[in-house]
Ligand binder design. Structure first.
Ligand code: AMP
Length: 303
């Protein structure tokens, strides 16, 4: 089973209290695809410029990510720069340069339109809808976004949400999108626009999932050192969707397990800059952290 994803492939410059890096591999599509590739096949739809280093393409290919939909266009690759203070839950964007994404009109390579699982990673909501329109009959569509698009393309975003099953966004974005400071009320409002499930990422405080009939809370894996939170959200989504695509089971139990796999993947990404930790990660380490998160909230089954 493979997942079709559209999102950004970027060169990021990031400052955290623990160090800084310039023009390293990043992007919502990149983090998502890499995390999902530990569980299932991935087809990536995106664009890079002529300046995109070949070693990054080789890394994505080494994860068995299908890159037929990754176009190379004249011009410069998307660039994002951001800074984190000691509150690592909040990124401060210093600069966003869309570059080749400004004129990108995705055309799905043949075979991609039959995708069952679709993830619309953080990117212009018009591009998200463009991709979705080309997919025939998806079984599950999930979506992410951020303040940049909530502020700049609100109407297009709300339109996209009308076609989405699961929205995965962070806490601040939930409040901003719903224009309501109360998270429970904000979730109700967003669910009334189309998505059946809302997954709210709360950084080191974990995840809250809202459906019409239930609320589920999962903790984040408690880490002693968080180095760079960039990509945590996209990596979460990659683990989440990758697990669902691998089981093909969309029951509430399976969705809750997927949330924990997503949290596990995010906990690894933040241990190093860029995708560095993903380069050494082994599946056995993922399983071990899944077991540890399960034990974190166990309070009745102990002997
Ligand atoms: P996350 O930390 O998971 O929210 O996502 C960080 C990634 O999102 C970075 O690698 C950026 O390259 C990418 N990114 C930042 N701003 C945008 C944007 N406006 N559109 C698409 N991708 C973005």
């Amino acid at each position: 089973m493979s997942i079709l994803v559209v999102g950004s492939v970027a060169l990021d410059s990031v400052e955290t209290p623990f160090g800084e890096v310039e023009e390293v591999l990043g992007g919502s599509g990149t983090y998502f695809s890499t995390a999902a590739s530990f569980f299932s096949g991935v087809k990536l739809v995106a664009v890079v410029g002529e300046d995109f280093p070949g070693e990054h393409t080789e890394f994505l290919a080494s994860r068995d990510i299908d890159l037929t939909g990754l176009q190379s266009a004249p011009g410069e690759t998307f660039r994002w720069s951001g800074r984190y203070g000691y509150d690592l839950n909040e990124a401060h964007t210093l600069e966003t340069r869309l570059n080749v994404f400004e004129s990108f009109r995705p055309e799905l390579p043949s075979g991609y339109e039959d995708a069952d699982f679709v993830f619309l990673a953080n990117i212009d909501p018009e591009l998200q809808l463009d991709v979705l329109r080309q997919v025939k009959n998806p079984q599950l569509v999930a979506c992410d976004t951020m303040n940049f698009w909530i502020e700049g393309k609100r109407d297009a975003l709300v339109k996209t949400l009308g076609h989405v099953d699961i929205l995965i966004i962070n806490e601040g974005e939930t409040r901003q999108l719903a224009e309501d400071a109360n998270l429970v009320r904000a979730a109700r409002k967003i669910l009334s626009w189309g998505p059946k499930t809302l997954v709210v990422k709360r950084g080191e405080y974990g995840v809250l999932m809202f459906t019409e009939h239930s609320i589920f809370s999962a903790p984040a894996y408690p880490l002693e050192s968080v180095f760079d939170p960039t990509g945590a959200g996209d990596t979460f989504a990659g683990g989440f969707m990758g697990f669902l695509a691998s089981t093909r089971n969309l029951s509430e139990k399976s969705i809750r397990q997927a949330i924990v796999f997503g949290s596990v993947m995010a906990s690894f990404t933040v241990e190093d800059f860029s995708l560095n930790r993903m380069k050494t990660l082994e599946y056995a380490e993922i399983e071990e952290r899944f077991r540890k998160i399960k034990l974190l909230t166990e309070f009745e089954g102990l002997g």
